[in-house]
Ligand binder design. Structure first.
Ligand SMILES: *Cc1c(COP(=O)(O)O)cnc(C)c1O
Length: 349
């Protein structure tokens, strides 16, 4: 049975969180002499002398409307990388607890786990990049605290079966994280609709991909009120800077830009897939429900190096298990995609 209090690391249960100056007074009006800011303004043309809202209330309200998730079930992080780290720190005792990942998948689950001294049990995906549900459930032991699922998965690009993920959530009394960084590019339904049903579920999304805001660093975690409260308890007080809060709020007025761009990217991806499939060196373009494709190609490493010489940068995944001879290629503009295809077709075998 899932019991959040038992799962939580004991010292976090009892610790006092930092109370920031802006926690103690609500309101925007007043003479603010509480945070040692510069009352004269900023060195820049726009004023940034005041600390930002530590709870990002306005931004969460807007995200809540768009995502259909109550504001108190939303955590915002400095990219998804921040909640990934905080989730480890909430639940995993270093040197003792473990987490399950399913490679090939997003690299940060392992990097962040290793940094937090959390052992990783690796249960590879099947050759068609689906979850080995039975093997995952069998790998769970009394120190397993987190299982990381990613759909659509990176670097493979495909939807991972929702039924498999549900089976894992139902078979596990620890935390299951479903990383939906590419949710805008797929028809697959978001797991945010299952938060009421599954108290051990955390869903991650990001503004870095479909929204085109990778440079601002804003990630979202959706979960029960109780889990969100814990993430807030241990986060750095002002983790989302004022510029990011302001610019993302502005961007959220323009949902149609995002939707239109997603449609373009999906069309461009189909186009790129066709053109690559026609090249003799390309052995396979894997089905993708995201904004990138995994391509199996002769001499992947040397193709990668050759492209670099032409200042075309893709991601070499040929050293990754189940991705042998594969490059991961983001969908670019039609012009960039054409240059890529021409560059590959000009490489002599
Ligand atoms: C790109 C990506 C992210 C996003 O990370 P940010 O820190 O929000 O930029 C998260 N998960 C996966 C699987 C990704 O591919």
């Amino acid at each position: 049975m899932f019991n959040l209090n038992d799962l939580l690391r004991p010292h976090i249960r009892s610790m006092q969180p930092y109370a920031s100056a802006r926690d103690e007074y609500e309101g925007n009006e007043g003479i603010f002499l509480d945070a040692n800011e510069n009352a004269y303004g900023s060195v820049t043309s726009e004023p940034y002398n005041r600390y930002p809202d530590p709870h990002q209330k306005e931004l969460k309200k807007r995200i809540s409307e768009i995502k259909g998730v109550p504001a108190d079930q939303i955590f915002l992080g400095n990219g998804s990388d921040e909640p990934i780290d905080l989730i480890y720190r909430l639940f995993c005792n270093p040197g003792k607890d473990n987490a399950i990942i399913m490679p090939p998948t997003y690299g940060m689950y392992e990097v962040s786990g290793t940094l937090n001294e959390v052992a990783l049990k690796k249960i590879s995906l099947t050759p068609d990049f689906q979850i080995e549900t039975k093997a995952v459930v069998q790998a769970i032991d009394k120190n397993t605290k987190i299982i990381w699922c990613c759909t659509p998965n990176n670097p493979t690009g495909n939807d991972v079966s929702s039924d498999s993920i549900k089976e894992i959530i139902e078979s596990f009394s620890g935390i299951v994280v479903v990383d939906e960084a590419y949710i805008d590019f797929t028809e697959q339904k978001s797991f945010t609709g299952l938060l009421e049903k599954y108290p051990n579920l955390i869903v991650l999304q990001t503004f870095s991909k479909a929204w085109g805001l990778a440079g601002l660093r804003l990630g979202m975690a959706f979960a029960s009120k109780e889990i969100i409260k814990l993430l807030n308890k241990i986060k750095a007080p002002y983790n989302i800077n004022a510029v990011t809060q302001q610019l993302v709020l502005e961007g959220l007025k323009n949902i149609s830009w995002k939707e239109e761009t997603v449609r373009k990217v999906l069309d461009d991806k189909n186009d790129l897939t066709k053109k690559l499939t026609n090249l003799s060196s390309v052995k396979k373009v894997y089905p993708s429900n995201s904004n990138f494709i995994l391509v199996k190609i002769d001499n992947a490493r040397s193709v990668y190096n050759n492209l670099i010489e032409k200042k075309i940068i893709v991601r070499d995944r040929s050293g990754v298990k189940l991705c042998e001879d594969c490059l991961r290629i983001s969908v670019g503009t039609p012009e960039e995609n054409t240059k890529l295809v021409n560059a590959i077709s000009n490489i002599k075998a």
